[in-house]
Design a protein around this ligand. Structure first.
Ligand SMILES: [Zn+2]
Ligand SMILES: [Zn+2]
Length: 167
């Protein structure tokens, strides 16, 4: 998907539009391989602003991705729906086309949550015994530090909610 820069320069202010599927199978996001399910649907509009010699570009992306839960590594499905507006300087572009793929990929990345969770109260994997605490208790040989329960702290633990309590 791409805009013809010569056509845009020839008609300043005129809005050009493109829409359609873009095939992206994986994204590299901070070292994480994000798997994309199906096609990403992108809608883009752009116009040339001659006074600033720039293209004002709006890209709206929608797609479904799979990522590991940040606590237990289970598969998490995320539906991304993200719109971004940016300025592009045609003088900095090689060739006569404004290719949209990098902007579509960037939009998808912007729409990802920073810490995906399989469920809001995911208990995660115990770093000491490796048990998936959503499915099983700690293993008998678990070496996690266990502090004797102080009744004065139980009020605090209740206030903090289940996620903050030590398992
Ligand atoms: Zn999880
Ligand atoms: Zn454990």
């Amino acid at each position: 998907m791409r805009f013809d820069l010569d056509a845009m320069r020839a008609a300043p202010g005129k809005v050009f539009r493109l829409a359609g599927p873009e095939n992206i199978s994986t994204l590299d996001w901070r070292g994480e391989q994000v798997r994309v399910e199906g096609a990403v649907y992108a809608e883009a509009s752009a116009f040339f602003e001659s006074s600033a010699n720039q293209v004002v570009l709006t890209v709206h992306v929608r797609g479904r991705v799979h990522r590991p839960c940040s606590r237990c590594l289970a598969d998490v499905v995320e539906d991304v729906d993200k719109e971004e507006e940016l300025e592009v300087f045609p003088d900095e572009i090689q060739g006569k086309y404004l290719e949209l793929r990098p902007f579509i990929e960037a939009g998808l990345k912007l729409g990802l949550s920073s810490k995906p969770l399989c469920r809001p109260n995911c208990q995660g994997i115990c770093p000491y015994c490796g048990a998936d605490l959503n499915r099983e208790p700690h293993r008998p040989d678990c070496t996690r530090p266990r502090t004797p329960r102080d009744p004065r702290l139980s009020v605090l633990a209740t206030l903090l909610g289940p996620e903050e309590k030590s398992a």
